[in-house]
Design a protein around this ligand. Sequence first.
Ligand code: M3P
Ligand code: FE
Length: 309
Amino acid sequence: MAMTGVLRPGHAQVRVLDLEESVHFYRDVLGLVETGRDATGRVYFKCWDERDHSSYVIRQADSAGLDFFGWRVLDKATLDRLDADLQAYGIKTERIPAGEMLETGERVRFTLPSGHVMELYAEKTKVGNGIPLVNPAPWSKARDHGIAPIRLDHALLYGPNVAEVQKIFTEVLGFYLVERVLTPDGNGNAAIWLSCGQKVHDVAFAEYPEPGKLHHCSFLMESWDQVLRAGDIMSMNTVPVDIGPTRHGVTRGCTIYAWDPSGNRFETFFGGHLPYPDYETMTWTFDNFGQGLDYPQRKLHETFLTVVS
Ligand code: M3P
Ligand code: FE
């Protein structure tokens, strides 16, 4: 498959209550690499195997949650085309100048009917992953520090109007619907999983009355062993764990959900099936939501439905 259009999740900017406590958590417990701080006080991180300058940015605020989620697109022409396509669809867009985020080019920002702020951008400085491009070793020393996921994988976002959000992602941004959970009456979707490539999902949305809520940002681990090791490190550091280690029925991904010190949920994730855009959507009925969330336990954990930031 030739990848064009939107390539991947690029960055999440997340609010935290205590900046230095959070830097310690994200750098030394989750094991992200700190790559910069800007004049507004934001701290920038990347996963060790990511090549771009930053994928996870934290900002001190009075409440936890997601400021915005950014998508890396193929190139500048794609950025301009998708901006025009969004406007033609009836979505207001705004240009954020290059340099407003460290080492990041111009961004096209818009708000989804779910209340989430999305961004598209085509340029971010490639700082590399600490491994040479010629005769590269399979990993660098950074992999030994903390949980050390390899990339920001996806986010699950909670808000209203998920059907409209689905149309924007599939009709304008080039995503396809991989899986969904039906509402109890079977007439709509309670949750949707969308992909822009061959990953099982790049973003998911669940219907929720309050707009703009973050359920979790997810970080990819290299193996199930690494997910279990992440669980060990969480316990060693008394990180509050929500669910897992277990396996989702939806996506087939192996998972732990836990919370950062501010109450932002994050996920350490491994695996998942590999769909193609021509595959038919897989559907879960609401009475099987429990298997979708936690396949071995078949349990629709209360916190999954109610705790967001
Ligand atoms: C995921 C994920 C359900 C949850 C599935 C979650 C069906 O696939 O990556 O977090 O409740
Ligand atoms: Fe997830």
